[in-house]
Write a protein that binds this ligand. Structure first.
Ligand code: SF4
Ligand code: SF4
Length: 184
């Protein structure tokens, strides 16, 4: 009986796969780190980040990632599937990601420009979600004094995680666009 050879991957191989990739998942997310929570500073700022655009979901934010479960979530009215040109991240092609919908925003956003409008969940008292229920992009923001805060869950990390789910996201896009066309 022949023996199957198994390829072993070095750290360099893995780094190369992640940079060329195909999709990465499970970036370490240290949600409990106190650097991510400063309600006083965010109240003073009034949510500048949330006024620019809804934050990114990670696939980790959904307990079930299949077509039916995501149709149900999207129909609740707070999610946009957005198309991003990968050129700006030194990759080829385009990718779909999921983020919070902006006020009056579409379910499917194909324009590939940052919309620069307010997240649907932003209220006068800040985010309508408690910290632990926010999308990863909102949870991993590091508040800073002048409102130029960076998220440890960058656009690039969101893209790389969602690269594993492009087929599923395309099915969702087709579903919602054909529903819109039928209604129109
Ligand atoms: S994370 Fe930064 S920009 Fe967002 S509300 Fe807090 S201080 Fe303002
Ligand atoms: S979900 Fe909350 S934290 Fe994220 S952009 Fe909207 S208001 Fe801000």
């Amino acid at each position: 009986m022949g023996t199957m050879s198994r390829r072993s991957f070095s750290a360099e191989d893995i780094l190369e796969m992640m940079s060329t990739n195909c999709g990465a998942r499970y970036y370490k997310k240290d949600y409990d780190n106190p650097k991510y929570q400063n309600p006083d500073m965010c109240a003073k700022c009034g949510g500048k980040c949330c006024k620019r655009c809804g934050c990114f979901f990670s696939p980790d934010d959904f307990s079930v990632l299949n077509f039916e479960a995501l149709v149900n979530e999207i129909e609740k009215g707070y999610i946009t599937i957005e198309l991003i040109d990968l050129d700006q991240f030194y990759m080829e092609g385009f990718a779909w990601v999921m983020r919070m919908r902006n006020k009056n925003g579409p379910i499917v956003e194909r324009r590939m420009i940052r919309p620069n409008s307010e997240c649907i969940m932003l209220t006068e008292r800040g985010c309508a979600f408690g910290y632990e229920h926010r999308p990863t992009g909102g949870r991993l923001l590091i508040p800073c004094e002048h409102g130029e805060c960076e998220s440890d869950y960058s656009t690039e990390k969101a893209i790389r995680e969602w690269l594993n789910y492009q087929r599923l996201l395309r099915q969702l896009v087709e579903h919602f666009e054909s529903a819109l066309n039928t209604a129109g």
